[in-house]
Design a protein around this ligand. Structure first.
Ligand code: 6GU
Length: 225
C-alpha cells in the first residue's frame, strides 16, 4: 500500500511512521508513506498556499490551486483509491473504517490547517472526510498519523501471530480483556489462577467474560450496536 500525505507542516510527520510495527511494515515493503510539503505547489515566490476567507472572519483558508496542482501531479503516478481530508467535521474514525482502508492500494491524505481548505476542493477531489474525535486539533497532521498507524498495522503481512490484530479491542465490538505477565505474584497481587493452570479453553472463556464485563462497565454503548 502507498499512502501520500499533503501537509504544510511535514516535520510533524517525520517520526510517527519510523518506529515499531510501522517501521517494520515499511522495511518489508508492505507500506510506503510519502510526506509532501504543500508549499512545493505554492502560487508565488512568497510560498503562499493560504489566503483570507471570502465574506470576512478570522483564520486563513488553504487555496484551491496548490491543492489541485499537487493532487493532479501526484496522481500522474496512479489514480488514488481514496482521497481523504482530515477535518473535525468529518465522519468519526472507527476500527471498521480502518479495516476497509487497509485493503486499498493507493491513498492520499490531505491535512487541513488554519480554518481548513477551500470547499471546492472538497467537492471536486475529496472522496472521504475523517475526524478522529469530538475535539479540535490545530491541524490534521496528528490525526493523519493516527489514521495511518491504525491502517498500517492491519495491512496483510504486517502483524505476526504475536501481534495479531484479531484480539484487539473493537475488532469484535468488545474491549480487550486484562493481560498479565511475570511475576505471578507481584507484591502480593496474584495473577488470576485460570491463566496459570494451562487450560486453553478455560482461558478463552475467562477472557471473553472479562471482555464483556469491561465493555459493559466502560462502553455500554458498544453492546447496544
Ligand atoms: Cl482530522 N483535524 C483537526 N484539525 N481536528 C480534529 C480532527 C481532525 N479530528 C478531531 N479533531
Amino acid at each position: 500500500m502507498k499512502i501520500d500525505i499533503l501537509t504544510v507542516v511535514p516535520d510533524l510527520l517525520e517520526s510517527p511512521f519510523s518506529h515499531s510495527i510501522l517501521k517494520r511494515a515499511r522495511e518489508k515493503g508492505l507500506l510506503q508513506v510519502n510526506v509532501h510539503n504543500l508549499r512545493k505547489w505554492a502560487i508565488n515566490k512568497h510560498m503562499q498556499v493560504d489566503d483570507y476567507q471570502f465574506g470576512g472572519g478570522a483564520g486563513m483558508v488553504i487555496m484551491p490551486e496548490p491543492l489541485a496542482n499537487a493532487i493532479d501531479e501526484l496522481q500522474q503516478d496512479g489514480k488514488y483509491d481514496e482521497i481523504i481530508f482530515m477535518t473535525p467535521d468529518g465522519k468519526p474514525f472507527t476500527q471498521k473504517t480502518a479495516n476497509n482502508l487497509s485493503l486499498k492500494e493507493n491513498i492520499l491524505i490531505i491535512c487541513g490547517h488554519y480554518k481548513g481548505i477551500d470547499e471546492r476542493i472538497r467537492q471536486r477531489y475529496v472522496t472521504m472526510e475523517i475526524s478522529i474525535g469530538d475535539y479540535v486539533l490545530s491541524g490534521g497532521e496528528l490525526a493523519a498519523a493516527v489514521v495511518v498507524d491504525a491502517i498500517g498495522r492491519l495491512i496483510p503481512g504486517v502483524l505476526n501471530d504475536e501481534t495479531s490484530a484479531l484480539f484487539d479491542s473493537f475488532q469484535d465490538n468488545l474491549l480487550a480483556p486484562p493481560v498479565y505477565t511475570r511475576p505471578a505474584d507481584f507484591r502480593g497481587d496474584k495473577v488470576p489462577e485460570i491463566l496459570t493452570q494451562g487450560d486453553p479453553k478455560k482461558v478463552e472463556e475467562w477472557r471473553h467474560e472479562q471482555s464483556l464485563l469491561r465493555t459493559r462497565e466502560r462502553r455500554p454503548d458498544m453492546l447496544e450496536e
